[in-house]
Design a protein around this ligand. Sequence first.
Ligand SMILES: [Zn+2]
Length: 108
Amino acid sequence: MSLKAGKKTKEWLKAKRQLIAQLEDHGITSCEIRRDRCLKSWALTLAHARKRRFLHEGELKVVVVACSQCHNEIEAMPHEEMHRIVMDAIKRRKKQPVEIPESAWNHP
Ligand SMILES: [Zn+2]
């Protein structure tokens, strides 16, 4: 087994850098999930609507900014619930930093 990052991981790390810049350009600099115990603009991460291994083609960039608290809470939920919460946060945006493919709206 190799300790080097696999192809998928490398692809994600590259996409992640671009995404952070695109999100910032659109003024998205705090948590978009906003659950009760939200940390707002502290300990930010990017959250997908699906577990990464279940992402469909073209969905790598379908993410929201999430504080680590909200991210942990949604990760512990059933997949369908996590998907709904992330896609609801995406819907609340006035303008999308990246194109959201049609497939991203449906679960599974
Ligand atoms: Zn939060």
